[in-house]
Design a binder for this molecule. Structure first.
Ligand code: AMP
Length: 353
């Protein structure tokens, strides 16, 4: 199947899956909330129906989750309390969209609808081989993801992609998967994109940071010509950009003396224009003096948080989303990094992989 065919098939298949009961839809409303300190207009999704959703379950690589956690991503499945992998075949026919193969590397992918749908049209690009969600995005992952975004644009739709990497990133499934969410009519992208776009760059081909944000973030801007590149050109640009940002993520983590040993956790947000990597220290944020924990994944950093009640909405708003994001991320060491050398960053990265 081509990426265009994938995109074109999503709406009908979505309706079919919903009617069959294989896809569960959780209605929600979006509340806009501006926080001047971070200069983001957050889109907070209030979804009371999620209170009735089955408890979030983990897959083997992960620890048991806390109660009271929320995330825009959904739950996994279990059989008799034991975690199973929902992304292994046989695939549910109603959730199945199609398959993609990377021409250069031969990697195979399956595209599945998100079974637990809060936003209609949310789908996943899953590696057919069972790779780890703690492993970095590889060139074919990046190329196929970007090609889907380009295909969406060509067919008059807008999507962005995200990847929750590692144990503190908010991922609930350990089988490698990139997720795709449609962008609302009239929106340029997820809320964070406005900040990325408005950042003036002295050197466009270098990573940058959005310095208004109170946490470490590493961003790369693509040329507007990138979407017309062939697979080889895409691979070169995307892989170079991702690696340079990953070097910075690892270097940021290296500056956090209490960061646990092991693979780094980070969130990835990919649009046609930018790729953002945000290193993560914690998966959830406990709002002080309450029992409430907010589970944050890439979507929180994209500017889209999910809550399960109006009460929770008020709690999150009054505490401040910027503060919540800062609490689960790392402190920026951008000043030190721009003063450092690339060689230094590369060495740090390889020692953490
Ligand atoms: P994450 O929580 O970021 O790891 O994302 C996992 C995604 O997979 C979520 O969007 C889930 O709702 C979705 N999901 C969980 N189980 C299934 C399933 N059986 N089929 C399709 N999607 C699923």
């Amino acid at each position: 199947m081509s990426p265009e065919d994938i995109i074109l098939k999503v709406p009908n298949q979505y309706e079919k899956a919903k009617e069959s009961g294989d896809l569960l839809f959780f209605p929600s409303t979006v509340v806009r909330h501006r926080e001047p300190e971070v200069d983001i207009e957050f889109q907070i999704r209030v979804c009371p129906a999620l209170q009735k959703k089955p408890q979030q379950i983990t897959t083997p690589e992960r620890a048991e989750p806390e109660n009271n956690t929320v995330s825009i991503s959904g739950a996994g499945q279990t059989s008799g309390g034991k975690a199973s992998d929902p992304f292994e075949p046989p695939y549910n026919g109603n959730l199945y969209i199609g398959e993609l193969k990377d021409e250069n590397f031969g990697d195979d992918y399956v595209v599945l609808l998100n079974k637990y749908s809060v936003v209609p049209g949310h789908f996943l690009l899953v590696s057919k081989e069972n790779k780890s969600q703690s492993s970095p995005l590889l060139p074919p992952d990046l190329v196929q993801t970007y090609k889907i975004l380009v295909a969406a644009r060509k067919t008059g739709k807008k999507y962005f992609a995200f990847y929750n990497c590692g144990n503190f990133s908010g991922a609930s499934q350990s089988h490698k998967h990139v997720q795709f969410l449609p962008i609302d009519e009239g929106e340029a992208g997820p809320p964070i994109e406005r900040l990325a776009r408005s950042t003036n760059l002295e050197t466009p081909s270098k990573p940058f940071t959005i310095s208004k944000l109170p946490y470490a973030n590493h961003v790369f801007r693509f040329s507007s010509e990138l979407q017309y590149e062939d697979e080889e050109g895409l691979e070169r640009t995307l892989a170079d950009a991702f690696l340079s940002l990953l070097d910075l993520v690892v270097s940021t983590i290296r500056h956090a003396s209490d960061y646990p040993a092991g693979k780094p956790s980070y969130n990835v947000i990919l649009t046609l224009e930018h790729i953002h990597l945000i290193p993560r220290r914690y998966e959830t944020y406990k709002i002080p003096e309450t029992v409430h924990e907010v589970n944050v994944n890439s979507l929180g950093f994209a500017g889209m948080l999910l809550v399960k009640s109006d009460e929770e909405l008020e709690r999150v708003k009054s505490h401040g989303i910027g503060k919540i994001l800062k609490g689960v991320a790392l402190e920026s060491v951008h000043e030190v990094q721009v003063a450092g050398t690339t060689d230094d960053a590369v060495t740090l990265a390889s020692s953490h992989m």
